[in-house]
Ligand binder design. Structure first.
Ligand SMILES: [Zn+2]
Length: 310
């Protein structure tokens, strides 16, 4: 079989469910025209012909199968636009921010965790939090260095009975804590059972107005010189980092009749300081498990380069 014919076959196969009156010969003719008459490289010709049929069928790239998805683990995902099969547990579902998305959340397998998106128009069954699924034919995606998988209309979902152990991707970051985000300091959480949402102006998104229980946490941005990482310090990590206990923080807020004094005090204490932080990655966050304060930028070389360029 000629090279062009093979590509025509592949493309035809991808669209077999969507364009019934397109023959392999039609596809081959389009490819041949581009390659022979317009001297377009075969890869580019294939992309162009694929796009032509996508448009004709009113589909997105995610809607067509590459026909050769491979069984993979979460940790293997390091390229966009790869077609893979995953066996994974739904760790968390988030609220979709767009009508085009039916479900969005976090999947995990023993090798790590990864975000997933399920398109509304893909018309797939709903995934349940805690459920374990075999997901065939999902496509990988990348945004700002972070990978995700997309469930599309060619995806096949099969719920499994077994449980699945979920592993952590542990991260180690060394860098300057450059920012503390809102929602840090002394916060109040919803007291409803199994609801730990942070109250916004005394309200839980789910349960409405409530008394709330005080908690301490920090959402920080740590810059390692290459990337900015979002790091969460829970109560224990916050107490360790700042030397301020939850009780002391409550007293401070009571004296000032204002909870924001706690965040202000913490900000003054930590922003601009260098840390080595280790902990599991959870979605886009690193949870600070092990924290060490550093004297300054660790990479002396880098400092010298910076100094010379001033
Ligand atoms: Zn609640």
């Amino acid at each position: 079989m000629s090279d062009v014919r093979q590509h025509a076959d592949d493309i035809h196969e991808q669209f077999s469910d969507h364009l019934e009156d397109v023959s392999v010969e039609d596809v081959e003719e389009r490819l041949t025209t581009l390659v022979d008459e317009y001297k377009v490289p075969i890869d580019e010709a294939r992309r162009s012909v694929t796009n032509h049929y996508l448009e004709e069928a009113g589909l997105e790239r995610e809607d067509i199968s590459s026909g050769d998805s491979e069984k993979a683990n979460v940790e293997d995902v390091d390229e966009p636009e790869e077609w893979i099969d995953l066996t994974a547990k739904v760790i968390e579902l988030w609220d979709p921010r767009s009508d085009s998305v039916a479900q969005v959340g976090l999947l995990g397998d023993p090798t790590g965790t990864i975000k997933f998106t399920k398109w509304a128009k893909s018309d797939l069954p709903a995934l349940e939090e805690g459920g374990v699924y075999e997901l065939r034919n999902v496509v990988t995606d990348e945004y700002q260095g972070r990978y995700s998988v997309k469930l599309n209309s060619t995806t096949v979902i099969e719920e499994l009975d077994d449980d699945l152990e979920v592993g952590n991707d542990t991260s180690e970051i060394e860098g300057a804590l450059v920012d503390m985000q809102s929602g840090s300091g002394l916060i109040k959480r919803c007291p409803e059972e199994d609801c730990t949402r942070v109250l916004q102006n005394g309200r839980c998104n789910e349960h409405g107005e409530g008394e709330g229980e005080f908690d301490l946490r920090i959402k920080a941005v740590v810059d390692d010189g290459i990337d900015a990482h979002e790091v969460i310090f829970d109560k224990d990590a916050t107490e360790d980092l700042t030397g301020l206990s939850l009780e002391e923080a409550k007293d401070m807020a009571m004296d000032a009749l204002d909870t924001t004094v706690v965040a202000d005090e913490i900000r003054d204490d930590i922003v601009g300081t260098y840390y080595r932080i280790e902990g599991p990655t959870f979605g886009r966050y690193v949870l600070a498990d092990d924290v060490e304060e550093l004297d300054g930028p660790v990479d002396a070389e880098e400092l010298l380069i910076k100094a010379r360029s001033m």
